[in-house]
Design a binder for this molecule. Structure first.
Ligand code: ADP
Length: 259
């Protein structure tokens, strides 16, 4: 009868409502779990350089009292500086997340040479690369000029090279940069652990890290932030990788973007 039909319809509507509620509840619980996991990781990541910094400062203070210890003092001072920079990058990444999600990551455009910037980044990271015995092979077309945000591109390049170093198993890293008909292309390639196809689809997400690589440490924000920057500059970033053989990250950028 018509009554039965109406009843069935209402019943179905209620059931859908209940299923929707259950889904929302599950999603909220997952979000809370992800947040709690992230806070744990973030706390741990921030504490590591902080502990090293505190230890370094302790040594600096202790040994400054000993005459003729200038070389050792300099070594501890350098350690403190490096760990302080690392801490600064972590805090910077956290602040960038809130800047991006609230739509406030302004680009400061200026005419610059991408190859020169790449050389700068490589020089800055030289010591760290040496420490893990990793060789950089640079194939840069110079100059490679365009109008971009210098410090934001510095951040993208630093992130890609430090990832290549972190996951590269000490094997050589190749960096190529050159002009394309549409703009410029930059590629950072390592011969390290590689990324599975499933993880390749996830790693550009916020807080996302390859499931199998949790022991490497990191907040899982670098690639997400890099992608946001590259997109804001009108370009895109992609990964190609074979697990166990290495990864290659490619950034394509137009030379000019509107202010
Ligand atoms: P993280 O701080 O965890 O390195 P990123 O956003 O920079 O965060 O990278 C996200 C994840 O992508 C990493 O946790 C790692 O699993 C994977 N990844 C990034 N770069 C590489 C690479 N060169 N080789 C292998 N895995 C990589």
């Amino acid at each position: 009868t018509e009554d039965d039909f109406t009843f069935a319809q209402e019943y179905a509507a209620h059931a859908t409502y209940a299923i929707d509620n259950a889904r929302l509840y599950r999603e909220a619980r997952e979000a809370v779990a992800l947040r709690d996991e992230f806070l744990g990781i973030a706390g741990h990541e921030l504490r590591t350089p902080l502990t090293a910094l505190q230890l370094g400062l302790q040594r600096l203070v202790g040994e400054s009292a000993v005459p003729g210890e200038a070389a050792r003092l300099a070594k501890w001072a350098a350690t403190c500086q490096r760990q302080g920079e690392r801490l600064g990058r972590l805090v910077g990444d956290l602040l960038d997340v809130s800047r991006i999600t609230s739509g406030r990551l302004p680009m400061v455009l200026e005419e610059m040479d991408l190859s020169a910037l790449m050389e700068e980044v490589a020089a800055r990271m030289g010591q760290e690369l040496e420490k893990v015995g990793c060789r950089l092979v640079m194939k840069l077309q110079a100059p490679l000029t365009g109008r971009w945000d210098r410090s934001r591109l510095d951040q993208v390049l630093t992130n890609l090279v430090s990832n290549a170093m972190k996951y590269g198993q000490g094997r050589p890293i190749e960096i190529t940069a050159g002009a394309t008909p549409e703009g410029v292309r930059l590629r950072v390639r390592d011969e390290g652990i590689g990324i599975s196809p499933e993880d390749q689809a996830r790693i550009f997400g916020r807080f996302e890290r390859a499931v199998s690589e949790r022991h490497y440490g990191g907040l899982g924000l670098g690639l997400w932030i890099s992608q946001q920057i590259v997109t804001q500059l009108g370009g895109h970033i992609r990964v190609e990788s074979v697990q166990g053989q290495g990864s290659s990250f490619t950034v394509e950028l137009p030379r000019w973007v509107e202010d």
